[in-house]
Design a protein around this ligand. Structure first.
Ligand code: SAM
Ligand code: SF4
Length: 337
């Protein structure tokens, strides 16, 4: 079918097949790509407006019991110095986030059993009591009843990326995980009353546009609320250290198509985009993205949260610059100066 006709069908909210979505990702020229990115930007404007939400992330532990092939935190990476932040250190960082005026803190780590449910619950309660911030957790797969307890204690969102909607690619990247089980966890998260976050990696070895179309159908069909889309980036001391990074333009097309298909969702301009290209976040914001996550991890630990190499340490000034370049506006709640 004609490219623009497919786009128009999407704009009329007609569901497209996996093949048709794949066709939209496999542009044949610059005009097709521009049409897709512009459509993504328009839907973003209609659905979520011009404000770019800014959130603060604390990467509180880089210990991980899993061995995902792409990730620098994988347990077999014995070269990486490991750290765990204490409760006091985490709370001091939450305090900084609060004082910037931000409204959401993201707590992220490797799959580290050291932080038991009890420890995390206490942390959530303290953050809620002292600061009243919204809390997003990204701790990996946890037991079914834990999601409920985390919700009851005050957590709002849980980010657990499916990484790939292709069972084959998922299996090829995750020696410890099961595709069906991961999808089930996303259901458990929703059933617990948490907003669910998923996302994918663009540029996994062997990935096709059909696989990426499957990712987008997963976001839509599973009612995912927050969708982290970023390129694969090679990480030192992993089995995939010599694989090429994902393609910037393909990432932007996936962002745009996801915005058009999923409409009213949170779509971050990811740190991975900022690492792939100096204007990566600006371009993602121009293609449908509407939020940026600041890395608030204390400087002495930041460098060791090396999920991939040469990670861009996205700070407030950098984020504000990307937002300004994209012609958008920062949140009014931000306290500056
Ligand atoms: N351990 C938790 C988990 O896996 O959900 C949270 C932390 S994990 C480091 C956060 C995200 O980093 C993963 O969802 C994955 O998409 C991303 N990631 C890890 N290694 C990556 C790489 N080499 N390139 C791109 N993204 C990567
Ligand atoms: Fe661990 Fe998450 Fe990295 Fe997998 S992606 S190795 S679970 S930190």
């Amino acid at each position: 079918a004609d490219y623009r006709e497919l786009l128009q069908r999407l704009e009329r909210e007609e569901p497209l097949s996996q093949e048709e979505l794949a066709r939209l990702l496999a542009v044949q020229d610059e005009a097709e790509e521009q049409a897709l990115l512009t459509a993504g930007d328009l839907v973003r404007q209609e659905c979520v407006g011009d404000m770019v939400d800014i959130r603060g992330a604390i990467e509180f532990s880089n210990y991980c019991r899993k061995n995902c092939y792409y990730c620098g935190l994988r347990r077999d990476n014995t070269v990486l110095p490991r750290y765990r932040m204490s409760e006091e250190e985490i709370l001091a960082t939450v305090d900084e986030i609060y004082r910037l005026g931000l409204r959401t803190v993201i707590l992220q780590s490797g799959e580290d059993p050291y932080y038991t449910t009890e420890k995390i619950l206490r942390l959530i309660r303290t953050i809620k009591e002292r600061y009243g911030l919204r809390i997003t957790l990204s701790l990996g797969e946890r037991r079914a009843e834990e999601y409920r307890l985390l919700r009851e204690a005050g957590a709002n969102n849980y980010l657990l990326k499916l990484e790939s909607g292709s069972p084959y690619l998922f299996a090829a990247a995750h020696p410890d995980d099961d595709y069906g089980e991961r999808r089930r966890h996303l259901q458990l998260i929703k059933q617990a009353g948490l907003l669910s976050g998923s996302g994918n990696i663009v540029g996994l070895p062997g990935q096709t546009v059909m696989d990426l179309a499957a990712d987008i159908l997963h976001f839509k069909d599973d009612g995912i609320h927050m969708i982290g889309i970023g390129p694969f980036l090679p990480a030192a001391n992993t089995p995939w250290a010599d694989q090429p990074p994902g393609d910037l333009h393909l990432c932007l097309r996936v962002v745009a198509l996801t915005r058009i298909v999923c409409q009213n969702v949170f779509l971050p301009a990811t740190t991975a985009m900022a690492t792939l290209h100096p204007r990566g976040q600006e371009l993602a914001l121009r293609a449908g993205a509407n939020t940026i996550m600041l890395i608030m991890t204390p400087p002495q630990y930041r460098g060791n949260y090396q999920i991939y190499s040469n990670k861009n340490p996205v700070n407030l000034n950098y984020a504000l610059e990307q937002i300004a370049r994209a012609g958008r506006r920062p949140p009014r709640y931000l306290r500056q100066g």
